[in-house]
Design a protein around this ligand. Structure first.
Ligand code: GUN
Ligand code: ZN
Length: 434
């Protein structure tokens, strides 16, 4: 017997990319709406006035009437092992890795530590309204096991993978030369396609892999076309110089990944700050995606992402927190950083476009838009309930907005985890504010 349920609230979701103009025809909004679910999937979203009378009395209606329901937020790039060193002061990328990231990741040699952090991290995602994430683990296979287990227990859709690195990093965080692939293969067999989980082959970045390891990663990817590839690209000037020195035979940073078969559909490249139109064209023609990580790019002083050029090339772009390079797991705060980064680049980010980057756009970047990202019929019912009175400041400002575009924009600029009243995974409440 199928189980139906309904949620009454204001409902907002994207049906297309609103673009830099924030085109209203790309969204659907029901001021007094009803979200109807069947067996944890969306049946339909529409006006309560039309849908309520047709409901049979056995269907429970959860009343969130003064709140706003939007699709669950999707974080396209985050490092769970870095949650304990987030917001550490003073370095740019390469020194920051040595000083903060590697020491934190070293602790994941201990499976118990990995399990504890993975549990905290997945709960923190839910508390922040993030229902799906593409997650870096560490070089230790058990760190991937830990995050997959934590997500599985919560029925979260999540993609992760063991990090591959075999040079230019601390000895005790290295795969054997050219190694790490057998473990990746085993993790794919164990987790990929298991429930809501998917695997990402995860070379950290070109700097920390030998040619042999990247080649082997490309071969593994070729054997598993529906597995993801997750790495960093063109984040920092010193990093780019190093890649040029390490791979003189490649045409550029993206060229390194291309040369080893790592540029393809389901390849997600974090940052992409210092790229050109030839790179954008190559990424587009291969179906690769970008994780735009504005909080991290500001925090590590890496640079300003050019969203307009990425969009002009038809690229798939989703938002990423990049914790711990980014100082905040909260995607509302990350979107507010995105707005500021784009302002510094002479570009804009209207509220609807911001919502798209964290929902349907992110789902497209992860090739999951047939399952999540909006309230189209049949999709998995991952959604969050936003509170427009979560603090005195938010209440005051939002009470003076004229429409939902203004409301979402002000919420993303002023809001934080307190704005998330509840988080649902496949129709089941996974988190609720006290
Ligand atoms: N590039 C290689 N590793 C990392 C990392 O852990 N964080 C960020 N932001 N960039 C990286
Ligand atoms: Zn990162």
């Amino acid at each position: 017997m199928s189980v139906r349920q309904a949620f009454r609230a204001s409902i907002l979701h994207c049906i297309a990319d609103p673009g830099e103009s924030g085109d209203k025809s790309a969204i659907e909004y029901f001021d007094d709406g009803l979200l109807l679910l069947c067996d944890g999937r969306i049946e339909q979203a529409g006006p309560a006035e039309r849908l309520l009378p047709a409901l049979t009395p056995d269907v429970p209606v959860t009343d969130w009437r003064d709140k706003l329901i939007v699709p669950g937020l999707i974080d396209c790039h985050v490092h769970y092992p870095q949650i304990d060193m987030v917001a550490s002061c003073g370095e740019q990328l390469l020194d920051w890795l040595e000083r903060y990231a590697y020491p934190a990741e070293r602790r994941f040699v201990d499976a118990e530590h990995a399990a504890e952090v993975a549990g905290f991290f997945t709960d923190a995602l839910l508390q922040n309204g993030t229902t799906t994430a593409l997650v870096f683990a560490t070089v230790h296979a058990q760190s991937a096991d830990a995050i997959f287990s934590a997500a599985e227990r919560r029925n979260m859709r999540l993609i992760s993978g063991k990090v591959l690195m075999d040079r230019n990093c601390p000895e005790d965080l290295r795969d054997a030369p050219g190694g790490g692939l057998r473990e990746s293969q085993e993790l794919i067999e164990r987790w990929h396609g298991q429930g809501r989980l998917s695997y990402a082959i995860t070379p950290r970045f070109a700097v920390t892999s030998t040619d042999a390891q990247l080649r082997a990663a490309g071969q593994l990817a070729a054997a598993h076309p529906d597995v993801f590839l997750h790495t960093h690209l063109a984040e920092n000037r010193a990093e780019i110089d190093m890649v040029r020195r390490l791979f003189p035979q490649s045409s550029g940073y993206l060229g390194v990944y291309g040369d080893f078969g790592l540029l393809r559909e389901r390849s997600v490249f974090a940052h992409c700050l210092h790229i050109d139109d030839a790179d954008r064209q190559a990424m587009h023609s291969h179906g690769a995606s970008i994780a735009f990580c504005p909080g991290s790019n500001l925090f590590l002083g890496s640079g300003l992402f050019d969203l307009r050029s990425a969009s002009a090339h038809g690229l798939r772009v989703g938002i990423g927190s990049d914790v711990g390079g980014g100082p905040n797991l909260n995607l509302l705060k990350t979107l507010s950083d995105a707005y500021k980064v784009l302002q510094l680049n002479g570009q804009s980010l209207p509220g609807y476009r911001a919502l798209y980057l964290a929902t349907l756009g992110a789902a497209k970047a992860l090739y999951l838009d047939d399952r999540i990202g909006n309230f189209a019929s049949g999709k998995e019912a991952d959604f969050i309930v936003l509170d427009s009175a979560s603090s005195p400041m938010v209440r005051r400002r939002l009470s003076r907005t004229q429409n939902v575009a203004e409301k979402f924009f002000a919420l993303m600029m002023l809001g934080d985890d307190r704005a998330v009243a509840a988080t649902y995974l496949m129709g089941k409440q996974a988190w609720k504010a006290a």
